[in-house]
Design a protein around this ligand. Structure first.
Ligand code: GDP
Length: 309
């Protein structure tokens, strides 16, 4: 059974980690959001790709969900000493990743080739694909009239500004990275991980060609909103700021017309009747992934659900 998973960072990485433990590597391709990518201190940083790769490689920091486990912070301390921009937390090992990536991009290598070579170095066997090799930048338009780069909004301002609109700058003219459309065409099922629908899944679908190919397939989404809240990040707050009550139902509506199946948390069981009006099949189960076992268990349920669709 060939699966393509669309993923952002933390929520996406946990589910794909579970899927990677169950599927033969050639049966899993992960298309990762690159709208969060940005330049910082001359380094090209790809937060979602790194979170997915560190997680698959067993290198991730289980406490934060991002960065590398056991990383040291000497570089950040030196940046601070020199009054440099220290709002983006860069561990020493993580800096190594950004240095090599920036160096190779500077020599003209496409991002997808660099990711693929990092995966070999880290022993990752499944296919990890950036959504595009071109620069697409998620921009947050705030209700008080500012335009912010996503990481400024997310990390520096801790998601505090109220969001008015979200733009994926550069998406209109971007092409899917090599292998993306081919993986979708070959997939039996497409899975939208429990990632932020607004800023992790939407940017992937905004790349011309991806949405059109995805909607031809059987698509299953997993809700990142549980009991009206997120486990982490601004997805629920964004729904609220767009005038939508955040809930698993709101996520199902968000993907209406694209998905056939929807998995949401057992906490929201009372929404099942309403969700079933929007999709062919819905399932309420425990979707909280606290450790490796619960990631695998949810992945198992997702695969079983796909087969029953
Ligand atoms: P980001 O780019 O690092 O913000 O990562 P994602 O977009 O992939 O993930 C953020 C979303 O993951 C948030 O909306 C969280 O609620 C959701 N999330 C995180 N952990 C879990 C989990 O264990 N289960 C579910 N269902 N959602 C989760």
């Amino acid at each position: 059974m060939k699966i393509v998973a669309l993923a952002g960072g933390v929520g996406g990485a946990k589910l794909v980690d579970g899927l990677a433990k169950l599927l033969p590597p050639e049966d899993l391709s992960i298309i990762v959001n690159t709208g969060d990518d940005f330049d910082h201190l001359g380094l090209r940083i790809c937060p979602d790709l790194d979170t997915v790769c560190y997680t698959l490689a067993g290198l991730s920091n289980p406490e934060t969900g991002w960065g590398r486990s056991g990383d040291t912070w000497n570089c950040l301390a030196a940046i601070r000493e020199l009054a440099g921009p220290d709002w983006f937390h860069l561990g020493d090992g993580d800096v190594g990743t950004h240095l090599v990536r920036t160096f190779r991009l500077g020599h003209g290598e496409p991002l997808s080739a660099i990711v693929s070579s990092f995966c070999v170095s880290w022993g990752i066997q499944v296919k990890v694909l950036p959504m595009t090799d071109e620069r697409v930048s998620t921009q947050i338009l705030t209700q008080d009239g500012n335009q912010l780069d996503f990481q400024e909004y997310f990390v520096r301002l801790l998601c505090q500004p109220a969001v008015k609109a979200i733009i994926f700058d550069g998406a209109d003219s971007a092409e899917p990275a090599p292998g993306v459309l081919e993986a979708i065409d070959l997939a039996d099922f497409i899975i939208f991980c429990p990632s932020n629908p607004w800023v992790s899944i939407n940017p992937i679908l905004s790349i011309p060609g991806i949405r059109e190919r995805v909607i031809k397939k059987k698509v299953v989404a997993i809700s990142p909103i549980i009991g009206g809240k997120t486990i982490k990040g601004p997805a629920a707050k964004m729904y609220q700021e767009f005038g939508i009550t955040p809930s698993a139902l709101a996520v199902a509506r968000h993907y209406e017309g694209i998905i056939e199946g929807f998995i949401f948390d057992i906490t929201d069981h009372d929404l099942k009747v309403d969700i079933e009006r929007l999709v062919k099949k819905a399932c309420a189960t425990n979707t909280i992934m606290l450790d490796s076992d619960s990631r695998k268990k949810l992945a198992q349920e997702v695969l079983k659900f796909c087969l029953e669709l």
